[in-house]
Design a protein around this ligand. Sequence first.
Ligand code: EPZ
Length: 422
Amino acid sequence: MDSILVRGGGELNGVIPIAGAKNACLTLMPATLLSEEPLTLTNAPRLSDIRTMTELLGSLGAEVASLQGGQVLAMSSHNIHNHTADYDIVRKMRASILVLGPMLARDGHAIVSLPGGCAIGARPVDMHLQALEAMGADLELRDGYVHAKARGGRLTGAEFEFSVVSVGATENALLAATLARGTTVLKNAAREPEIVDLAQCLRRMGAQIEGEGTSTITIQGVDRLGGATHPVVTDRIELGTYMLAPAICGGEVECLGGRIDLVGAFCEKLDEAGVSIEETERGLKVKRKNGRVNAVNVTTEPFPGFPTDLQAQMMALLCTANGTSVLEERIFENRFMHAPELIRMGAQIDVHGGHATVTGVEKLKGARVMATDLRASVSLILAAMAAEGETVVSRVYHLDRGYERVEEKLGACGAHIERIAT
Ligand code: EPZ
């Protein structure tokens, strides 16, 4: 099992290319099931989660060719011969549930394993199921699987309001609605850039969609969809993560492909903390204004609010801020597991329920720490780069799910970081 060794200290200076968004790619890939024509994604990230989705789609009968080192995914679902998404794959990656809507829309039936919980929370999928039921699906939960059938063989457009803003449930319903008979109106829909990217790709395939990026999305079902070629949107979470690197370590880093509109609320918080962000022709150039950032309070919210997927990384910055910060996690019930690991590095953090109070210290100290989930793992690496001494982050398989070539990208800017077998 690999670990990452980080020798702290020193500024970061250079450029970091930002990849295509994992969370966009994971919802774009199942769209291939909606058409018998080829769907090609460019700017795809090279991540283990993408390989897992490739494995899942392949198990259904789709062909997914990974070209140009994984940056191009040429997919074709001409012959879907299996409509069961197996537990062994689904439990590895929760986003597997996103094949349910497209399979139902394409062939009127599907059997998909329930994903089960994960480290950061129970992660129920009740709203995915409620939305599909509203569109005429009969669902039966049996042996840990959802057995789904579209009444009359085809989904029917419906009006559905999500009780909680859900990225995945919005995506599943959006995918399904494109081929439903009639009009679907999704209310209290998620507004994330990944939803906008999915809608743009589906529109290229011939779908009739309006309102993506707002809380109400309207879809006019069509009888069939064609193929398309679509570039995966820039990964706003990778972008935010690497913007924090110079904020924590000092120096100046240009994030290639970075766009302010993808990280608006996050940039406002960085500005408040004393980090300057300059838009360049190639992306976003970031450096901190003074030696130490200011403490700020953060509350995670659905887009366009501060993203929950950047909460752990922001906490790493605030561990050495001047003053006391309060982070409120409103999306997931257990997303402070990085706190005890940061405390091992000398951070002063008190966690009470959904709030973490961080009292900044001058310097963190290197230690052996353990990654618990994807975003926690990278927050530990950010902290380690600014800490005194050596840090070993274990269980970095979490990291490889969402960040390609971390040690290369940060190493190219002067970080002392290497992968070691432990
Ligand atoms: C997506 O997860 C992302 N994953 C997550 O990123 C991200 O943290 C999350 O959206 C929030 O932005 C992918 O896109 C693959 P939700 P998702 O449905 O869709 C509750 C990462 O690190 N809920 O928006 O699963 C749920 O429990 C990952 O890249 C229900 O109650 O998140 C949570 O409290 C982690 N019932 C809230 O809604 C449902 O049916 C938001 O979850 C669905 C969700």
